[in-house]
Design a protein around this ligand. Structure first.
Ligand SMILES: [Zn+2]
Length: 233
């Protein structure tokens, strides 16, 4: 299997970080349940109550700062370092667990929890510190910072890069994603148009199951290291 793939694209979703103790939108408990997602993950929500949005992301940032990568993240990083294929990770996750696992070629399509962006000068600021409505941009000194997170209804980041990756890959692997939220849910279908092989790994059968040539079910910290090994053998 190993020698036949030259460009491998992994799409990772909330499932890969769940085993690192990070909750997802859909979990019926924890941080996401304390807040209404429309209030904290939409531009309208931010305009109406920026204080609440900053408070939410401050809590989430603290939680994500402490999270550690699990065997699934480490397996991907291992593959990137020991395979001769060109391997990219498109992630829906805003945590930085791929970075903590020393992966490379990571494309955060929904932004990163450790970044803020300035609505005035558009600078992107990396920080793990709390942000408040009165926090000032280090560049233009205005208090116009927002989380560098793609809110509902906003365009994903790296759209053209991602499109190019999907169109040029010969293996597309979706990991820990339920296949319900576009545009990510459409990547497998698009990849297939170019005769790319498609594989999904997840705890449960994804919604877009029919877009995959193969589905591997189970805990990702177990299934992904085994799968990665087949790419290296
Ligand atoms: Zn600024």
């Amino acid at each position: 299997m190993a020698s036949s793939f030259r460009k491998i694209i992994f799409l990772t979703g909330a499932g890969i970080s769940a085993e690192s103790g990070l909750e997802t939108f859909r979990d019926a408990h924890g941080l996401w349940n304390k807040y209404n997602t429309d209030d904290v993950a939409s531009l309208n929500g931010f305009i109406n109550n920026p204080k609440l949005v900053h408070q939410f992301y401050n809590e989430l940032r603290m939680q994500m700062a402490m999270a550690q990568p699990n065997d699934a993240h480490l397996a991907l990083s291992y593959l990137q370092h020991f395979s001769s294929a060109d391997i990219h990770i498109i992630t829906q996750n805003i945590d930085t667990l791929h970075e903590k696992a020393f992966s490379k070629n990571i494309w955060h399509m929904h932004g990163q929890i450790n970044q803020l962006t300035c609505l005035n000068c558009h600078a992107v600021i990396e920080t793990w510190s709390n942000c408040f409505v009165y926090s000032r941009c280090p560049h233009c000194k205005k208090a116009t910072l927002r989380p560098n997170i793609v809110f509902f209804g906003e365009k994903i980041f790296f759209e053209s890069v991602i499109e190019n990756l999907i169109n040029t890959a010969d293996l597309f692997v979706a990991v820990g994603t339920s296949g319900t939220i576009p545009p990510a849910s459409l990547f497998a279908r698009d990849a297939r148009k170019n005769h790319c092989q498609t594989i999904a790994l997840n705890l449960e059968k994804p919604e877009n199951y029919c877009d995959f040539d193969q589905f591997i079910q189970g805990n990702l910290s177990q299934t992904l290291p085994s799968f990665v090994q087949t790419l290296l053998d």
